[in-house]
Design a binder for this molecule. Sequence first.
Ligand SMILES: Cc1cc2nc3c(=O)[nH]c(=O)nc-3n(C[C@H](O)[C@H](O)[C@H](O)COP(=O)(O)OP(=O)(O)OC[C@H]3O[C@@H](n4cnc5c(N)ncnc54)[C@H](O)[C@@H]3O)c2cc1C
Length: 344
Amino acid sequence: MSETIKTDVVIVGAGPTGLFTVFELGLLDIKCHLIDVLDKPGGQCAELYPEKPIYDIPGHPMVTGQGLVDNLMKQIEPFGPTFHYGDMVEALEVLGTAEAPQFKVRTSNGLSFECKVVMVAAGGGSFQPKKPPVDGIDAYEGKSVFYAVRKMEDFRDKNVMIVGGGDSALDWTLNLHKISKRLTLVHRRDEFRGAPHSVKAMRELVAGGNIDLHIGQLSSLTGADGELSAVTIKGADGEKAIPCERLIPFFGLTMKLGPIADWGLNLEENLVPVDTEKFETNVPGIFAIGDINHYPGKLKLILCGFHEGSLAAQRAHRYIYPEKRLTFQYTTSSSNLQKKLGVS
Ligand SMILES: Cc1cc2nc3c(=O)[nH]c(=O)nc-3n(C[C@H](O)[C@H](O)[C@H](O)COP(=O)(O)OP(=O)(O)OC[C@H]3O[C@@H](n4cnc5c(N)ncnc54)[C@H](O)[C@@H]3O)c2cc1C
């Protein structure tokens, strides 16, 4: 277990709401760490519709999902937030009191944080991989079966099987074939959804005998003590066992509320009820902003998450600097705020 990281605020989720809240907190001299189970910032915008145009972001007649995320990342640069990607906030423990909240936050990668405020900006919940319907797969997870590539070295000199037909499957096929002993790509049909240049590069590797391509579905796994030795594929020409020590299924992602249900927060149909003055939950010091919250009239829109983050930040200031009075200032006219933004 690593050392405890001390910070003012932990933000659970680096979707658009979590990102903009860094800005609002930064203007109030509040430091934060963001944790997201995805390997990149942007939540739904980056994961589900990076290239789709959005037309209802104030001041942007049109911006793509990824364009918005890129702009938000640029906007929060002056405040130097720390990001922890590929990690899930699992446990949240209350240490302080209602007047002086303090929390311990723990993640699945073994990180531990102590903070005065938690902003739950978890959207529809954490993105989690969809699992292939193969008996006994759980027993191999983390040792031989991986749903993301975190460390390429885990795949060096191994018989690797990648399953899927989208960009992740193709990108990792192109990358891992260079270090694996032998790479096999499996897809249920001979058509791929990934970028055309990746499909072309993959086909060239197959034609050159550098990788194997099988059209079919996973049928069963062979191995012992979490170590895979072979995977059986069922195709049009029957079943075939293929040597495999590392299996990477890319079956897409689904959103699950996950561990948030165990944090002592009131829940209404998997959403966290908040007040509309400060977007605080039933636990003082824990705020819920963006798609994860609920209140009368709630709209699951990005602009609503931005508004909620800005009001939650005002209240967070009281917990973090109880002795300081907060004066309202505009970025257009406050030289103090402009100094923080590095523009004066
Ligand atoms: C196809 C589509 C089109 C859309 N178009 C529009 C539009 O035109 N205009 C508009 O305003 N809105 C649109 N939306 C809705 C908009 O994307 C959401 O309102 C917005 O993404 C919510 O932002 P958020 O930051 O609250 O949550 P999210 O974007 O869902 O981000 C939450 C993040 O929290 C992470 N997370 C959750 N739990 C944990 C945990 N325990 N540990 C670590 N990380 C965790 C998740 O992995 C995720 O990355 C659209 C949505 C979809 C799906």
